[in-house]
Write a protein that binds this ligand. Structure first.
Ligand code: GLU
Length: 488
C-alpha cells in the first residue's frame, strides 16, 4: 500500500447518480476510509451537450445523502484542483507539450472523411481497424510547416510498436494482458484543442496523484490506452481495480427496465441512506460471504478489494426492501419520530412546529408503525387516519362492513367503548375482547369491523393501541358514522 492512498470517483454529470455509479463511489469511499486516505470527487463534464450543472448538483446531493463525504472536490476544493474537467484545460495543454517534448505524439492531418474511408477499406480487408498511421511517417519539417499554415490537425499518441503486451495486475480481476498490436495511435487532443476522454482521465489521475483507480469494468478497454499515456508522460500508472457490472434479475445490465435506478428515486421511495449504503456495499463485495447487515463502521473497518467479486452482481430490489425494513426496525422510537415528522409535515398532516408538543404521542406511535413497514413511504398512508377523517376504502367496505353482523359488532363496540376508562390500550382490549362471544361472532370479524370503521382500511397498526392514540371521542364518532354502511 502506498503511504498515502488517494482514490477518486469521477462521474460524468450526464444524468443523476445511478445504482452502478453509487456502488463505485461507495467502494472508493470505503477504500479511502479504510486506509486513512483521501477520497476525491472529480466531475468529468467534458461532454458539453449532455453535462449539466443540475446533474452535478444532484450527484453531490445524492452522495451527501448516502453519507459519502469527499475530501476534495468542486464544492470543497483541495490541493489538486480544479475538480471539474472543463476547468483543467491548462493542465491538458501542458501535458500535450510534455508529450511533444518527449516525441511521444505526432500531428495528424487526415480529415474525418479520409479516416472514414480508411476505416472502410481496413474493414473490407479484415485487417487492423485502427488508424493506418499515415501521418506518423510525415517528416517533422513538413508537419511543422502544415501546422504553421494553420491546417487542422489532431495529436495522436505514438504507440511504441516494439513495446510488447500491456500487462497489468487488476486488483479484482487478476492479470490482464492486451497485445500492443491491437492498440491504435489514439488521438489525445482533437483538432479543436480539446482533450479526448482517455487523455483527460490519465492526465487528471496523474496530476491528482491518484494511487488506485477503482471503476466499472466498462472502462477496462480504456485502461491499456491510459497506461500508454502514463508511460508517454514518463509517469507511473496507478493500480487498477475494475468492478463487475450490475445486472437485473434477468441477467441483463441494470437499467430503467428493471425499475428505479437513481439514488434519489430510492430516497423518495422511503429508503434509508444507511440501508442503501449497506446494500450497495454488498453488490459485489462481502464481509464473510454471509453477513447481510453491515453498518458503516464495519464496512470501513473491513472493506478490501480482495473480497470484491469478479462476477456480475445481481440487483435484487426485494432484498434491498427487506434490508431497509431491518434498518427501520432497528431505529429507536426517537430516531423514527425524527424521520416521521418531516413526512407528516410534507403530507400536510401536521403543522410545522406541532411535533414538539405532540412528542409523547408520536413516540407512542413510532413502534406501532416502524414494526410494520419496509419503506418510509408507507408511513403516511398507514397513519393518515390518526390525523384526519379518512373515507372507508371500497374493498374494505364490501369485504367487512357488508358482512352480516357488522352492524351489531359496531354498535356493541361503541357501547362497550363508551364505558371504557381509562382510555388506554389495555382497557380498550378488555372491552372489545368481551364482545365476540356475546355476539356469537368470531373475534376477527368483530375486530376487523371496528378496524375498518375507525381506520378506513383492513390494514392498520395494532388496533387497540391505534384506538388509544386516536382518542375516545373520535373513535366513537367513527363507529357511529360507519354504522350507516354496516350490514345488519
Ligand atoms: N466519467 C467516467 C464515467 O462516468 C468514469 C471514468 C473513470 O472512472 O475513469 O463512466
Amino acid at each position: 500500500m502506498p503511504e498515502q492512498v488517494r482514490v477518486r470517483f469521477a462521474p460524468s454529470p450526464t444524468g443523476h447518480l445511478h445504482i452502478g455509479g453509487a456502488r463505485t463511489a461507495v467502494y472508493n469511499w470505503a477504500f479511502a476510509r479504510r486506509h486513512g486516505g483521501s477520497f476525491v470527487l472529480r466531475i468529468e463534464d467534458t461532454d458539453p451537450e449532455r453535462s449539466t450543472e443540475e446533474n452535478t448538483q444532484a450527484i453531490l446531493r445524492a452522495m451527501e445523502w448516502l453519507g459519502l463525504d469527499h475530501d476534495e472536490g468542486p464544492d470543497v476544493g483541495g490541493p489538486y484542483g480544479p475538480y471539474r474537467q472543463t476547468q483543467r484545460s491548462h493542465l491538458y495543454a501542458e501535458a500535450l507539450e510534455t508529450l511533444k517534448e518527449r516525441d511521444a505524439v505526432y500531428p495528424c492531418f487526415c480529415t474525418p472523411d479520409e479516416l472514414e474511408r480508411k476505416r472502410e477499406e481496413a474493414r473490407a480487408r479484415g485487417g487492423f481497424a485502427g488508424y493506418d498511421r499515415t501521418c506518423r511517417a510525415l517528416p517533422a519539417d513538413e508537419a511543422a510547416r502544415r501546422i504553421q499554415a494553420g491546417e487542422p490537425h489532431t495529436w495522436r499518441l505514438k504507440v511504441p510498436l516494439d513495446r510488447g503486451d500491456i500487462v497489468f495486475c487488476d486488483l479484482v480481476r487478476g492479470e490482464m494482458r492486451f497485445p500492443i498490436s491491437a492498440i491504435d495511435d489514439l488521438i489525445v487532443v482533437r483538432s479543436d484543442g480539446t482533450p479526448t476522454y482517455n487523455f483527460a482521465v490519465a492526465v487528471d489521475d496523474a496530476t491528482m496523484r491518484i494511487t488506485h483507480v477503482i471503476r466499472g469494468d466498462d472502462h477496462i478497454s480504456n485502461t491499456p490506452k491510459q497506461i500508454l499515456i502514463y508511460e508517454a508522460l514518463g509517469l507511473e500508472a496507478p493500480a487498477f481495480a475494475h468492478l463487475s457490472m450490475i445486472w437485473g434479475p434477468d441477467g441483463k445490465r441494470l437499467s430503467k427496465r428493471h425499475g428505479a435506478t437513481s439514488v434519489e428515486a430510492y430516497r423518495d421511495m422511503g429508503y434509508l441512506p444507511e440501508a442503501l449504503l449497506n446494500y450497495l456495499a454488498l453488490l459485489g463485495w462481502s464481509l464473510d460471504g454471509e453477513t447481510t447487515v453491515i453498518d458503516k463502521q464495519t464496512l470501513v473497518a473491513n472493506f478490501n478489494l480482495e473480497r470484491v467479486s469478479r462476477n456480475p452482481a445481481i440487483f435484487d430490489a426485494e432484498k434491498l426492501e427487506w434490508l431497509n425494513g431491518v434498518y427501520i426496525r432497528q431505529m429507536t422510537p426517537e430516531q423514527f419520530v425524527d424521520r416521521m415528522v418531516p413526512l407528516l409535515e410534507q403530507a400536510g398532516l401536521m403543522a410545522p412546529g406541532d411535533a414538539s408538543a405532540r412528542r409523547e404521542w408520536l413516540l407512542a406511535l413510532a413502534p406501532l408503525v416502524s414494526e410494520r413497514i419496509k419503506r418510509l413511504d408507507e408511513v403516511v398512508p398507514m397513519v393518515r387516519f390518526l390525523f384526519e377523517e379518512v373515507p372507508i376504502d371500497e374493498p374494505a367496505r364490501s369485504a367487512v362492513l357488508a358482512k352480516p353482523g357488522a352492524s351489531a359488532a359496531l354498535s356493541s363496540a361503541k357501547e362497550a367503548l363508551e364505558a371504557t376508562a381509562p382510555w388506554e390500550a389495555g382497557a380498550i382490549e378488555a372491552a372489545l375482547r368481551a364482545l365476540p362471544e356475546r355476539l356469537g361472532m368470531k373475534p376477527k370479524a368483530v375486530f376487523q369491523a371496528v378496524r375498518v370503521a375507525v381506520t378506513g382500511s383492513t390494514v392498520s397498526p395494532p388496533l387497540f393501541e391505534s384506538l388509544e392514540l386516536l382518542g375516545k371521542e373520535r373513535t366513537l364518532a367513527r363507529l357511529q358514522a360507519a354504522l350507516a354502511y354496516a350490514a345488519e
